[in-house]
Design a protein around this ligand. Structure first.
Ligand code: ADP
Ligand code: MG
Length: 684
């Protein structure tokens, strides 16, 4: 490395991090050394010792070493390549569903192999599926790890090994300046804990080092919130008067009547925007409670005052769906609604940018590209962020700065409306979103029938398929959702492809569509539109459809391996049906259910109420289940986790106040460390 070492050095300076890799790292927020320090493992595996094959337990991670005794390609429900690994205590089958010819040829009998993985019950007893492995003579294998090995949150195209390698390099490079980084040793411990650490407490997040850092992180957020609140108070936002004529036209044009809850939130918003301070309000409402129309109504108020609106959604499908709704709901008025996504490039992009700047586009809807690109507005009056839990707190705060930069008059700040379906108990919400005003839509539109949920063993899959056929031939539409344990778009897409092919074979009379994360945005939108238009009656999908998709005619939701998903995710998915006034069904299929898994399924069967489900979720987690909000993305803290660390919030608030008052420089540093994306709250 050339020049002075700094924790803010770009990861591109590291060996083995080229432009391709760094682009992917950037996708998950990793740009600098510091980002890696704070990119903490989700869990750990023990690769410090070899386990005798006879001692392997189901669902426990283990390293084994032995010789390949036999191998074969077998044809079951799916074609697979299997080989038997034998040590002097026993043997175990390893199974690969995807394999290349060269892989098959390398894994020949007599070879010595080391495998890393979690054995599961399979057709031949315990089996390893797709373990990581190294082939080589006993003396040629690399030494085993000396510390526990981290499993990091990652993205497709970045392997765990790559992340481990990068993390190792970063710690090596920063070692000379470790005394300048107060958390260095603690972070090092969390990245690579000693093999004899109490793994249980680490995985539960109650190790003292974790608690210490969690407190620091929560403090950093509170400082960020404080700074933001204070800053916002210094800005103005021109008071907006209600335009009753426009409201009347809007309501008349709606295809439904707004609920009381929706009207209440609308008037809370109206009060906010009628003041000369910028609005900063969170709307929480269960899946399907109708948050979008409330946002549109609010948008209208600003539009009527010649302001522009920017709406940000977490996915392009959702952005397009919002565009369609806004166009429909604003049809009686003369406003121009446009979509802006990362995919729109070249002259189209330039045109949109020009029109935003000269004010001829009134509503712009897009993904986070909206704020990342250098978009200038003529008169931005309102930022709407949908499904805010998808973005994380830091990102949300960063957006405000963009909104600010968009203004010509720098004493003004746009209003902000933030929407989420994640039901967080109110007290927690107040602490986690301390800087926001808070509204709840606690009523579903009338006529919604509860979704009828049944729990069915995967053994009865064929029966389910036959039943689906009948239901669809009666004119219904269904989603068939495939889940995977590994968080990889690639594998998930493959699994969905396999299942859709299989369903097409079994149900040739149905029109079956497929949607997954690997499709291009336009392809996704096309297929969703076909589904909405009933040209597709069965939509095979990965969890990409989890957020926001609204196809009110769909009445059946099938989720395979539902046991792999947390309660809130199941609730979100199930919320894709039950949107019309026809009775809807949800079939949760499972392979194996743990006791807690059973409880989760039971709760899903018993209630459709997001709050009840969230409460039950808390209780079950209290019982020791780690659902990992960081995996399912509730609030993107790096180490703290709510509600687990809720008890730290009071202290964090006190500390934050203290630090802000007495040592603002340190406060800034904390914010910078923990909220890398938001870096600077001062808006200056
Ligand atoms: P969410 O709160 O989950 O974002 P949406 O805004 O997508 O929910 O609304 C879900 C569906 O309910 C949409 O089809 C929407 O048009 C419809 N909807 C919203 N409000 C009402 C209402 N008051 N009466 C009937 N349907 C409504
Ligand atoms: Mg929504």
């Amino acid at each position: 490395m050339i020049g002075q070492i700094t924790r803010h050095a770009s990861l591109q300076t590291l060996e083995g991090v080229g432009p391709k890799i760094s682009e992917k790292l950037e996708k998950i927020g990793l740009l600098t050394y510091s980002d890696i320090l704070f990119h903490l493992p989700l869990r750990y595996v023990n690769r410090t010792k070899v386990t005798a094959i006879k001692d392997i337990n189901a669902n426990h991670y283990a390293v084994i070493e032995g010789f390949i005794e036999s191998n074969a390609v077998v044809f079951g429900r799916k074609r697979s390549f299997i080989f038997k690994v034998t040590d002097n205590t026993g043997s175990i089958v390893v199974r690969l569903f995807r394999f290349s010819n060269s892989q098959k040829n390398q894994l020949k009998t007599g070879s010595h192999i080391r495998c890393f993985g979690t054995a599961q019950k399979g057709s031949s007893g315990l089996e390893f599926y797709h373990p990581e492995y190294i082939l080589g003579a006993v003396e040629k294998l690399p030494p085993l790890d000396r510390t526990l090995s981290p499993i990091y949150p990652s993205t497709s195209g970045i392997s765990q090994n790559k992340l481990r390698q990068i993390s190792k390099l970063v710690f090596e490079h920063l070692k000379p300046i470790s005394s300048q980084i107060s958390q260095f040793e603690d972070l090092k411990f969390l990245h690579n804990p000693p093999a004899d650490v109490d793994l249980k407490s680490l995985e539960l997040g109650i190790n003292p080092i974790q608690k210490k850092l969690a407190l620091e992180e929560l403090t950093a957020f509170q400082i960020g919130f404080l700074t933001q609140r204070q800053t916002i108070k210094n800005f103005i936002s021109p008071p907006i008067k209600r335009n009753l004529k426009f409201e009347e036209i809007f309501l008349k044009n709606l295809e439904f009547q707004m609920t009381n809850a929706q009207h209440r939130v609308v008037s809370e918003i109206a009060t906010d925007i009628s003041s000369s301070k910028p609005m900063l309000r969170l709307i929480q409402g269960d899946v399907g409670s109708g948050k979008t129309v409330v946002a549109a109504f609010c948008a209208l108020q600003l539009l009527a005052n010649n302001k522009q609106i920017a709406l940000m959604a977490p996915t392009e499908i959702l952005a397009e769906q919002h565009r369609q709704n806004f166009v429909k709901w604003l049809a009686p008025f003369d406003y121009k609604v446009e979509l802006l996504s990362g995919k729109i490039k070249g002259t189209n992009r330039t045109k949109i940018n020009q029109k935003l700047e000269n004010g001829s586009i009134n509503v712009i809807i897009g993904t986070h590209a909206l704020f990342q690109e250098n978009v200038k507005f003529h008169a931005l009056g309102l930022i709407i962020i949908d499904e805010q839990h998808r973005f994380g707190v830091g990102q949300r705060l960063a957006l405000l700065k963009k909104g600010f930069q968009a203004q010509l008059d720098t004493s003004q700040l746009p209003n902000q409306l933030i929407m989420t379906a994640t039901p967080i108990p109110r007290t927690l919400a107040m602490s986690a979103y301390a800087d926001l005003d808070f509204s709840v839509i606690d009523e579903l539109p009338p006529g919604r029938k509860p979704i009828n949920t049944s729990i069915i063993s995967g053994n009865r899959r064929d029966q389910v398929i036959r039943k689906i056929k009948d239901i669809i031939l009666e004119g219904n539409q269904a989603y068939w959702v495939c889940t995977l344990i590994e968080e990889s778009d690639n594998l998930e897409a493959q699994a969905a492809e396999v299942i859709s092919a299989e369903l097409k074979l079994a149900l040739p009379e149905l029109s079956i569509g497929l949607i997954h994360g690997r499709l291009k945005a336009k392809e996704k939108i096309d297929i969703i539109n076909k589904f909405k238009k009933k040209e597709v009656s069965l939509l095979v999908a990965t969890t990409v459809i989890e957020v926001g998709i609204d196809a009110p005619n769909a009445t059946v939701m099938i989720i395979e391996n539902a046991e792999r998903l947390g309660l809130s995710q199941l609730h979100q998915l199930r919320g894709r049906v039950g949107r019309g006034d026809v009775e809807s069904f949800c079939i949760l299929m499972y392979d194996k259910l743990s006791t807690i898994g059973q409880k989760r399924m039971q709760i899903m069967r018993e209630t459709n109420d997001g709050f009840k489900i969230a409460e039950a979720d808390l209780e079950l987690r209290g019982a020791g289940e780690i659902l990992g909000t960081r995996q399912t993305g509730d609030i993107f803290f790096k180490i703290a986790e709510l509600p687990r660390d809720a008890s730290l919030l009071t202290q964090a608030k006190k500390d934050a106040k203290n630090i802000s008052d007495n040592d603002p420089g340190y406060g800034k540093e904390l914010v910078r460390n923990w909220l890398s994306k938001a870096e600077d709250f001062s808006l200056a």
